[in-house]
Write a protein that binds this ligand. Structure first.
Ligand SMILES: [Fe+2]
Length: 371
């Protein structure tokens, strides 16, 4: 089986080579301004965030925590976020809004609560012209922590000293994308929900672009798992109620280990409901994804494959509940990982650099909301 895009992103550079280059890049940027310019011209614009792989880095198992979603505290009118200066444009009725005229970095606690609610409602929000990428790691992490403890990825490239960052990187010298997607696929798309194998998978998720292909491309595709659920018949939805599926990190860990990459925490497997309820909006959403969902609890293999493949096919071809998030310099995309799935769109020439960073606050244990 070809690895998921999530898995591909995590090993996009040779781990050992990347570690060496990461150290080199950080050292270079810390020297003279002249050197910094040279690095900027030839290398990543933000070498500090070059993917770093330390095979000796280890994390303990995650512990469960109580999560109160910031969106539950928000004023529904969002007066601190959607001020008179803010312009919003919906990308699609079901999900996605472009926002300009507000800096995430200047939001108060109340504004960040409102951002959580807004993202829960719109599912994907594309913030333009942000200074977020220039805030420095401590402030970036501080903002993201408002939404939950930040997941430290078990296998992906991170930033030396800052394992909270998940780095997505590809350039002309580091292009294992084709190798990892296999030579026999007609499309490189892979819909997934990030690290859904965690007992408490991510909620409000931040993704900011540092370098992007100069000839366009490299959008992220998103779909609404709420609308995907709503499209199903009442009878079919009844059959899904109460079903649970296993989400696994094992393949991802094995894949990294086999490449000589890190496995910072032993892989986990979690059972989650196939239909989950969002804690703020109360909306029901499908919660299975091809990247990490493995089988339906209690079903035989053929039954499980049959139902999961139907659901994967249903969401993948639902272009009337999908959007593309397009990047510009300064763009920060914030999505609610609980009610969306997404796919990278690697349509750009491999010689172009694409560099982005994710901060991934974890949220509540998925619930069916029957209580
Ligand atoms: Fe992802």
């Amino acid at each position: 089986m070809a690895p998921s895009v999530a898995q591909i992103q995590q090993v996009v550079a040779d781990p050992i080579q990347a570690a060496k280059q990461s150290v080199k890049a950080v050292e270079e940027v810390a020297t003279t301004e002249e050197t910094k310019t040279e690095v900027g011209a030839k290398g990543p614009s933000y070498p500090f965030y070059y993917p770093y792989f330390d095979v000796d880095e280890k994390f303990p198992p995650l512990e469960l925590f109580d999560h109160v979603d910031p969106g539950t505290r928000a004023d529904p009118k969002k007066p601190h976020l959607l001020t008179a200066n803010v312009k919003t444009t919906n990308i699609s009725p079901y999900l996605g809004t472009e926002v300009s005229g507000v800096q995430i970095s200047e939001l108060t606690k109340e504004g960040l609560d409102e951002l959580a609610l807004f993202v829960a409602e719109r599912k994907v929000v594309v913030f333009r012209d942000q200074n977020f990428k220039d805030l420095g790691p401590d402030r970036q992490i501080e903002i993201a922590k408002h939404f939950g403890p930040i997941q430290r990825h078990p296998t992906s490239g991170n930033v030396k000293g800052y394992p909270e960052f998940h780095v997505v990187y590809r350039d002309g010298d580091n292009d294992r994308f084709r190798e990892y997607t296999g030579g026999n696929r007609a499309s490189n798309l892979q819909w997934h929900s990030d690290v859904s194998y965690e007992k408490q998978p991510p909620g409000t998720t931040f993704f900011f672009i540092l370098d992007q292909p100069e000839n366009g491309g490299g959008d992220t595709l998103f779909l609404s798992q709420v609308e995907a659920y709503n499209r199903l018949s009442p009878e079919f939805r009844k059959r899904l109620e109460g079903l649970r599926a296993v989400h696994s990190a094992v393949f991802q860990a094995d894949f990294s280990r086999n490449r000589g990459g890190p496995v910072r925490r032993e892989p986990v497997e979690s059972e989650h409901p196939i239909v989950r309820v969002h804690p703020v909006t109360g909306e029901k959403a499908l919660y299975v994804n091809q990247g990490f969902t493995r089988h339906i609890v209690g079903f035989k293999k053929e039954e499980s494959d049959f139902l999961l493949n139907f659901l994967y096919d249903h969401v993948a071809k639902g272009s009337d509940f999908q959007i593309r998030a397009r990047y510009e310099p300064g763009t920060v995309v914030v999505w609610d990982n609980r009610v969306t799935a997404h796919s990278a769109n690697p349509d750009y020439d491999k010689n172009f650099r694409r560099h982005a960073v994710r901060l991934t606050p974890q949220a509540e244990r998925p619930t069916e909301g029957h209580a």
